[in-house]
Write a protein that binds this ligand. Sequence first.
Ligand code: PSU
Ligand code: MN
Length: 338
Amino acid sequence: MHASRNPFVRVALEVESALAEGRPVVALETAAVTHGLPRAPLARALPCLADDDMPESVRECFGASAPVHAALGHAQAAAVRAEGAVPASVGMLRGELVIGLTADELDELATSGDAAKMSARDIPLVAARGGSGGTTVAGTLLACALARPRPIDIFATGGIGGVHRGFAVMPDVSADLRAIRETGTLVVTAGAKSILDLAATVEALDTLGVPLVGLGTRWFPRFLSEGCAPLAVNAVAADPTDAARLFGAHAAMRPGAGMLLCVPPPERHALPAAVMERAIEAGLRTCEERGVRGPEVTPVLLGAVAEATGGASLETNLAVLISNARIAARVAVARCAT
Ligand code: PSU
Ligand code: MN
């Protein structure tokens, strides 16, 4: 008797074979593609593409006419491949949760006019209606758990959701936090998005018992800003191989629980903290004026911050999303080698 297939889930053959053979796989979210980035080409060349060590295959994704949200999806997948791992971009197309979107499918998702922003709770609802959507961290973690023949245990994002500022008045806490606790996957992230209350977010992760590992840092990073929040991580990984070692012990002893690998933004591309903070305050005012609530808060804030920094935060966000995909792939490769 063979296991029954889930009619709502499709695992790409390439991803399925890699999982079956114990080769490295990295899951990638698509809420940044569908809801986190502008749907137009960049106004100027992306600075991180000029880095010496940037793979040519990643550079090629950002043609002059390519809308940046679609380019990012391709670039993250190319970044994972360049490190020798298989990318599993996650998204829903016409009611089917796809784990391992092809380049054409990524374009279909990027150009879909009514893609939903899907956290875990939304995925079955959108599936039942035959809809399409991008997955948040929580949504992508659900896909990691549903992957066959075994779950995907490494995943890259830009910055996780968390506890929003002003939560005493409006308790907006991202479902990402609980999903990380409940899924046995390593999440590679530049800390939590600094549009949040980072101290409260770290406290919430502490309560949930999610271990924070810093890659070459003792402190929780500040997403796109340089410098660190004065919030200590629980362990420091010297390099991706060391991170794989720490995660290996975690996975063996706490199966079914997640871990965060906190990676500061690439130094050359990080924003001065004061610039970022002013932009976030402007963004929070925009949300207040427009009465933005719920899942719209994060995309509106990110957009307002990009506007207030003249596009600089967008460039840093892209650098972080690409860099985290590469680092996640290095950890996945190291994990499979041991
Ligand atoms: N990282 C980014 N850009 C993004 C996100 C992460 O650099 O747009 C997305 C992730 O999908 C994350 C979501 O799960 O923002 C958080 O949304 P919310 O605060 O509504 O849970
Ligand atoms: Mn929220």
